[in-house]
Design a protein around this ligand. Sequence first.
Ligand code: PEP
Ligand code: MN
Length: 358
Amino acid sequence: MLELQPIFPNLSDQESLVIAGPCSAETREQTLATARELADYGIKIFRAGIWKPRTKPGGFEGVGAPALEWLKEVKETTGMLTSCEVATRAHVEQALEAGVDMLWIGARTSANPFAMQEIADTLKDSGKDVPVMVKNPVNPDLELWVGAVQRLYNAGIRRLGVIHRGFSVYGKHLYRNVPQWHIPIEMRLRFPNMPIVVDPSHIGGKRELIAPLSQQALDMGFNGLIIESHCDPDHAWSDAAQQLTPEVLNFILHTLVIRDEKETTENLSLLRQQIDRIDNELLETLARRMEVSREIGRYKKLHRMPVVQATRYNDVIATRVNAGKEMQMDPEFLKTILLAIHDESVRQQIEIINDRKS
Ligand code: PEP
Ligand code: MN
């Protein structure tokens, strides 16, 4: 169990629920205009990238240290707390010197133990007590993420949290970075008292996904949201497709339902008992299916038939997916399940054919 302190002890849970601001600080005007609007809508923590890690050279790589002056101005004129990404010793030193209130570590940096150790050492050397939030590494590696957190903890950082921003995968997907929710859930189980903030902007990669992902994050009991917001999103110099105007952000925030985790009603536990029972039935049904499958394996062995017959397999998938659609289940979901069941049946039949089991 990590001994942690609240990220911002002076803010209420509601005030620290949302961190918002542009992907990048581009100009003084854009930074201040966005900040002023967000502050008017009650946002208390401002984000802006100053040093931008870009996949390829030639993109906008951030304004760098001069933008720290704009963050100072944001703080002075709006009273918001400020935050930016740091990736090197120099970034940490300059951000601390400029009085940035919170630092976050980007996904490309948390994947790099050398960079993480350099940041941890710099924070320790500074002797300053600053909150730090660690984004998950770009690759779905929980241990690497935990390692990044531990380096900071070992350097004495106690106001420590993580940001779930999804994981990159090859090819085109609905999400820019697939959420793989089981990974932040596993993080929650390892460190139950560590805040987990969700970044729907980088998970979704497009505006339409911000609202549903935010609601999902809250429904799953995560502690907050970090959302990219820009005064003129279409002309943003980075991540234009996923940024929202402060007005739209405010609208979305008002549609979100914040559920009370502590409220477990009697009805809910009755419903959970039902789920437990249904799961047991599912397991028994699956076991029966496997038993029939093994019987088929013995038959195929006796008649020297191959284990997999492609036409039969396609029929099985198609009929089940169609039936499932009628029952309000997503075809992709059903395909995944049926494929997994089929794989296990084949594995069991091959065992029989190889005579290891009968
Ligand atoms: C960002 O927050 O703008 C950013 C670069 O995010 P990530 O490190 O998650 O890609
Ligand atoms: Mn961004």
